[in-house]
Design a protein around this ligand. Structure first.
Ligand code: SF4
Length: 296
């Protein structure tokens, strides 16, 4: 079986952002309390088994992700990277909202140095816009301002990391061809190595019990016309570079790549598993959607 990505659900469900579309609602501690959070327990035995399986299955990319913000536990990220060293994954990525690293450079800079030494290759920073006020509205509604994103990108580049901006497109945010062009320009100016855009998931019945998420996504999901407008722009202005296994397409638009994602969907029937997902309690799964898809 060939597996493309090894996802590590690092951290806990705690997050310092407050995204109204986040379905894994969490304890939401205040920023001041975050440094005192207790590291979640990790089943290290099963983590090593997961690494061995991932390696034997041809994984090229390992990615730290989470139900909350993985960088809230920087010491534990170091431990994960140390445990992964013998397996020599070529690409190791960190999905993050970037807020802690931007707000606490004195705490995080030593970790950045160490993570680079241990093989971390790329930070995937989630955003909803190039405009800081729009990002503040979504990520940090309880604060007066958003982080200095350009400064964070420059710092990560200075340490040797690549940076991907993963933009969630939503109505009232990135929702038109003009805004996509401005986003591309922001990415190019900041020498972003990869840009990914994904429409916010349409609400479904399953989440209708989660009032805030359902209301926000219901009010902000892109219409079919908006998606078509954006897709046509990218197809017209861009050169198609490749289609990824899950159907996302990567284009080059005037020297800036952009990956057009539909959303996290099921694989085509019969396709090999393409994701191994490690949970800190030791469970190893191969679908995000189904708890029953369990190997360990
Ligand atoms: S940054 Fe991620 S985990 Fe945190 S609230 Fe937003 S979507 Fe949820």
């Amino acid at each position: 079986m060939k597996i493309q990505t090894f996802s590590i659900l690092a951290g806990s469900e705690a997050c310092n952002a407050r995204c109204p579309f986040c379905v894994s609602k969490m304890t939401l501690p205040l920023t001041e309390e975050l440094e005192n959070l207790k590291e979640p327990e990790v089943n290290w035995r099963n983590f090593r088994i997961a690494c061995a399986l991932a390696k034997d299955s041809g994984v090229t990319t390992a990615m730290f992700t989470g139900k909350g913000e993985p960088t809230l536990f920087p010491g534990q990220i170091t431990k994960y990277l140390e445990a992964m060293t013998p397996f020599a994954f070529p690409l190791i990525e960190m999905q993050t909202n970037g807020i802690m690293m931007a707000e606490k450079p004195e705490r995080y800079d030593p970790f950045l140095k160490e993570w680079y030494r241990l093989g971390l290759t790329l930070f995937a920073i989630s955003v909803v816009h190039y405009d800081p006020e729009k990002n503040r509205e979504v990520y940090l509604p309880y604060k007066d301002s958003y982080i200095d994103l350009s400064e964070l990108i420059t710092r990560l580049h200075a340490y040797g990391f690549s940076v991907r901006l993963t933009c969630i497109m939503a109505n009232g945010f990135i929702d038109s061809r003009e805004k996509i062009l401005s986003l591309l320009s922001f990415a190019k100016t900041n020498r972003i190595e990869q840009l990914t855009v994904t429409p916010v998931n349409k609400p479904d019945e399953e989440h209708s019990h989660s009032g805030e998420v359902w209301q926000w996504t219901n009010a902000h999901h892109l219409t079919d016309e908006q998606v078509l407008d954006i897709t046509q722009l990218i197809e017209q202005k861009g050169s198609h570079l490749l289609t990824l296994q899950h159907g996302a397409r990567v284009f080059d638009v005037a020297g800036q790549n952009i990956c057009l994602n539909s959303c996290l969907t099921m694989h085509q029937a019969g396709e090999d598993l393409r994701n191994l997902i490690f949970h800190p309690d030791g469970h190893l799964r191969y679908y995000w959607q189904y708890e029953g898809a369990t190997l360990l």
